[in-house]
Ligand binder design. Structure first.
Ligand code: NAI
Ligand code: MG
Length: 351
């Protein structure tokens, strides 16, 4: 089977790590047809738009999209995110944001006495509504009574489908689900979310479910990661928890993510959790592992589970050996040296 995959390398280190991820995929699954789109902040400065207005139509026919990261100093973040990332997630019905968080072998966690067996969490983030809404506005601008309103949107369909998806993932894994709430502070949206968790739970008697306030859950990720398996959260809660969870493993350079449309009638989009890292852009030292693991999630989604597993095993082997590591992992290797080490290890295991 030949796949047609679109890449949007984007800005900063997104460009470098995407090149490595493409090379790793080529090493395990020859013949993928790649098409690169140069949509980015640079493109915005040149054309006034992050992507052309028919961007989603141009991508619709691809089997999947591999996105680097968008955002760069000089272009406000709300322009880069709302001009590309968020519209694509919504145009393609990618209502699941799937974020596996694992302590990989050979990497040093902020939780130093923990091992890979203690920390293996899957974060299922709602990816289409919730707190990230365009409803609201600035009123009485410049006056003493100036105020802003930022509304949240929680729909029955939106809540139910993501919660059901999370229960299904829990069923594939350790049958434990934790729902992030904040019903003591957000007195309309979160009790509603909780009630839908209860409703859906009735269909999954084999899955143990509990609700935790998001602040307590943040502490739980640090103090007792071993008690957690699948976490489901709204758009904002899932976003914050996944950066936290990535940080307590070996850092942002290791954390992958998938924007998934479970209906599969449009392409899903895979990306690292991290952004474009302007502070290290252009130095050739970004860790490509997060983007390489995002590419492995993409292959898994496409049904290429052997190729995905080969990439995963190659990442673990190279990290465990500890000879070729980027500076964020305490080494001196470049982005492409680490990428090449993983690609050749993965190719060996396929060959
Ligand atoms: P960031 O994730 O780009 O960087 C945070 C810190 O982690 C920096 O110190 C960076 O050097 C380090 N880091 C991140 N990825 C790394 C890697 N692969 N290897 C080694 N170190 C790494 O987050 P920040 O600085 O808040 O955002 C920078 C830009 O990226 C902003 O414009 C933001 O809007 C954008 N962004 C885009 C995302 C996307 O396209 N999905 C996601 C997050 C941020
Ligand atoms: Mg984030």
């Amino acid at each position: 089977m030949t796949y047609r995959i679109a890449t949007i390398p984007g800005d900063g280190i997104g460009v470098d790590v995407t090149a490595e991820a493409v090379a790793v995929v080529d090493a395990v699954l020859p013949g993928v047809e790649w098409t690169a789109f140069d949509w980015s902040c640079e493109n915005y400065l040149r054309t006034g738009a992050m992507m052309p207005s028919d961007g989603p139509e141009r991508l619709a026919g691809f089997d999947a999209i591999l996105l680097g990261a968008v955002g760069f100093p000089g272009v406000p973040d709300h322009i880069s995110l709302w001009g590309l990332l968020i519209p694509l997630r919504r145009a393609f019905g990618q209502y699941v944001n799937l974020r596996p968080v694992r302590l990989l072998p050979g990497t040093e966690s902020a939780l130093r006495d923990r091992t890979a067996a203690d920390l293996d969490i899957l974060i299922v983030r709602e990816n289409s509504e919730g707190e990230y809404s365009e409803i609201g506005g600035r009123h009485n601008p410049g006056r003493p009574d100036e105020f802003v309103l930022q509304e949240s949107v929680f729909t029955r369909v939106g809540c139910e489908r993501i919660i059901r998806y999370a229960f299904d993932r829990a069923r594939d894994r350790g049958r434990r689900l934790c729902s992030a709430t904040k019903s003591n502070g957000l007195i309309h949206s979160m009790p509603y979310w909780d009630s839908i968790v209860d409703e859906v739970a009735a269909d999954y008697p084999d899955v143990t479910v509990r609700s935790m306030h998001v602040d307590a859950l943040a502490a739980e990720i640090v103090l007792h990661p071993d008690r957690l398996d699948v976490i489901v959260g709204s758009n904002l809660f899932g976003d914050i928890l996944s950066d936290l969870a990535a940080a307590v493993t070996g850092g942002l350079g290791l954390a992958p993510s998938g924007n998934i449309n479970p209906a599969r009638d449009t392409p899903s989009m895979f990306e690292a959790v991290h952004g474009s890292a302007p502070d290290i852009a252009g130095q050739g030292i970004a860790n490509p592992v997060a983007q390489i693991l995002a590419a492995a999630m993409m292959l898994d989604h496409l049904g290429e589970s052997a190729a995905a597993a080969a990439i995963d095993a190659a990442v673990c082997a190279v990290l465990e050996e500890g000879r070729v590591l980027t500076p964020d992992l305490g080494g001196t290797a470049t982005t492409s040296e680490l990428g090449k080490a993983i690609a050749s290890r993965a190719a060996e295991s396929m060959g």
